[in-house]
Design a protein around this ligand. Structure first.
Ligand code: F0G
Length: 464
């Protein structure tokens, strides 16, 4: 481990520090989350973004190829020779005319940051590469996570490619899409399907990993978020280092939003940018804890003293009513986001807003994304649905530059996609109708034809 990095409790009134070689998911003194902190004065970080551009010509080196470790100097918690990379972060920022129009923006103002191109098909590989690096550096032999499917796919992949550790994953029963489950199984992870949902699995895996000494890679792990900062570095890189006006991201366990806030704070602190974008975090309406707490009940970071009474009361109500998260966007079907406090801090830094969108809005937005060629899974489309809502409310102006994060690949959850486009009303009702989705305004329906040449030609002429 490097001596220019350490861990620190995020609560300013506690701020207890720990070495980077310690394995912790919370402060031993007060129980708050931890940050990875760098001594920038001693490090002397790059003074210009050109430094990173120069690495493009050295793509034969694994650390320059990786979209995470190309930015090594902005997350130097481990020596270079200990870094574990499988080529993550080769992702794409694409302007989208179609989605821009759908969202209500002027042409050329909406960009999609497509994280589905990662090796396991979601943004998780950015964070997994960093957590895995830390785990390997401290000598871990087993790593665990609770997951709605993407973290587990990513962990399973890193374990199967590197053979450095064994994966133990916890998923809620019947709560994970087949695309994601198939990855964990295929990559050989020990897959524990527990009776319950993600929130139950998360609570359990924390207990189990501490009892059995298994390394935990969920986003409570501060090293995970170091990797996820690089999504923002790549957005800036693609915009030739100009800061956009808005970053719009789906919110589940709130790791991304937290990491993005940290990325921009640090870039500003070391003088690489002079302003930060605004941040919009989008919940699914059926899993809207952040929206409820931030927008309806006024919970704020409050200089590191968020009002616990507000959160305790809300979670008490969830328990009293046995209210469970429920949305077609299964990746963000989470009621107790572990990074809530860090996300509140990010919203504070980035003048953030939070919105909720219905499953109908998510699926319509997803169809629009797919029609533009970058297919995504339902949770990812929450960002586009959220941007549309914010434009309609006048919060985002039609001239502003907006980046929506597409967190996961379309093939992660084909069931939702096929049900949206189907001609089979029964299938539609079963998968989507039960969630209050009433119509598929942008459906591209398959045409059923008899197996006869003339009929097929007639149908093509009729429909094309
Ligand atoms: N989008 C996708 C595709 C995800 O898989 C997740 C989280 C999120 C958005 C939410 O991101 O937690 O940083 O707010 N999936 C986790 C998992 C929970 O287990 O795969 P977040």
């Amino acid at each position: 481990m490097t001596d220019v990095a350490f861990q620190r409790c995020i609560s300013p009134s506690c701020a207890t520090t720990y070495g980077v070689e310690e394995v912790r998911v919370a402060c031993g003194a007060c129980g708050s989350l931890l940050d990875v902190i760098y001594d920038w004065n001693r490090l002397g970080p790059p003074t210009s973004f050109d430094f990173f551009e120069k690495k493009w010509s050295r793509r034969y080196e694994p650390l320059s190829l990786s979209g995470v470790w190309r930015f090594y100097e902005l997350l130097p918690f481990a020596p270079r020779e200990q870094v574990v990379t499988i080529g993550e972060g080769q992702t794409l920022l694409q302007p989208s005319t179609g989605v821009g129009k759908y969202v209500g923006m002027k042409a050329g103002r909406v960009y999609l940051q497509y994280e589905g191109l990662n090796p396991s098909g979601s943004f998780k590989d950015n964070g997994m590469s960093a957590a895995f690096t830390h785990a390997h550096a401290i000598g871990a032999k087993r790593a665990a996570c609770a997951s709605t499917g993407n973290t587990s796919a990513s962990l399973a992949l890193y374990c199967s490619v590197t053979k450095l550790m064994k994966a133990v994953i916890f998923i809620g029963s019947g709560k994970i899409s087949y695309g994601k489950l198939s990855q964990a199984l295929d990559f050989g992870a020990l897959t524990m399907q527990i009776a319950g949902d993600f929130d139950d699995a998360m609570a359990r895996v924390k207990e189990i990993s501490s009892q059995l000494g298994i390394y935990l890679v969920n986003s409570v792990n501060p090293f995970r978020l170091e990797g996820q900062k690089t999504i923002m570095f790549r957005v800036l890189e693609s915009l030739r280092w100009q800061v956009p006006d808005w970053i719009v991201v789906p919110g589940g366990n709130l790791g991304n939003s937290s990491a993005f806030g940290k990325a921009f704070s640090e870039l500003r602190e070391i003088g690489l940018i002079d302003r930060v974008p605004r941040l919009a975090v989008i919940n699914a309406a059926g899993a809207n804890t952040l929206y409820e707490l931030y927008e309806r009940r006024g919970l704020r970071w409050s200089d590191g003293r968020p009002d616990r009474k507000i959160t305790d009361r809300y979670y008490g109500e969830l328990d009293a009513n046995d209210k469970r998260a429920s949305t077609i966007a299964s990746a963000i079907e989470i009621n107790r986001p572990v990074n809530l406090d860090k996300c509140l801090r990010a919203l504070d830094v980035c003048q953030g807003v939070v919105r909720e969108v219905s499953d109908q809005e998510i699926l319509d937005a997803k169809a629009q994304v797919g029609a533009g060629g970058l297919g995504c899974e339902p949770a990812s489309a929450a960002s586009v649905a959220g941007a549309k809502l914010l434009v309609s409310q006048g919060v985002i102006g039609p001239d502003e530059r907006v980046v929506c994060i597409l967190t996961g690949h379309q093939l992660k959850d084909p069931t939702a996609t096929v049900a949206y486009h189907t001609t089979d009303q029964e299938q539609f009702n079963k998968v989507l109708g039960s969630r209050g989705v009433k119509r598929a305004a942008f459906a591209n329906r398959a045409v059923a034809v008899p197996n006869e040449l003339d009929e097929i030609i007639k149908a093509i002429q009729l429909y094309s």
